[in-house]
Design a protein around this ligand. Structure first.
Ligand SMILES: [Cu+2]
Length: 144
């Protein structure tokens, strides 16, 4: 009985951080969404969760897009051909690109928290293929 009480007390003391999740995103050359995709290309996480970008196919990286980082968030740039793991605390919509394939539209969105992304979140100066990919992602999300 005493043991059981201890266990219950211990469970109650588990820090919240232990509940943070890790999500994986693959960097690919092609899938059914088209060429040069992140998979998934729309990810919903909670503040404090970790996102791990896997260098599944060669030649890619993951980096934040200027103007698409929520307030309080920090920019990051991964190395090409390398896995990168980031913990996202700032709530809002994060725009992610692959640096070498940004102008080909290799982008994705990460929603941290409850606010869903809309076209309002897209800055004006995006390369056209990146904007087009974002619009596709958003319309797919809206239809889910
Ligand atoms: Cu790429």
């Amino acid at each position: 009985m005493k043991m059981m009480q201890r266990l219950i007390v211990l469970l109650g003391l588990l820090p919240l951080a232990a509940l943070a999740n890790t999500h994986t995103v693959e960097m690919l050359n092609r899938n059914d969404t088209g060429p040069m995709p992140f998979a998934p290309d729309y990810l919903i996480v909670q503040p404090g969760d970790t996102v791990k970008f896997l260098a599944t196919a060669p030649g890619h990286n993951a980096a934040t897009i200027d103007g698409m980082i929520p307030e309080g968030g920090e920019a990051f740039v991964g190395n090409i051909n390398e896995e990168i793991e980031v913990t996202l605390n700032a709530e809002g919509i994060w725009g992610i690109k692959c640096s070498p394939h940004y102008t080909m539209g290799m982008v994705m969105l990460i929603q941290v928290g409850d606010t869903t992304a809309t076209e309002e979140d897209l800055p004006d100066n995006l390369p056209a293929p990146a904007r087009q990919r974002f619009v596709e992602i958003l319309s797919r999300q809206a239809n889910n």
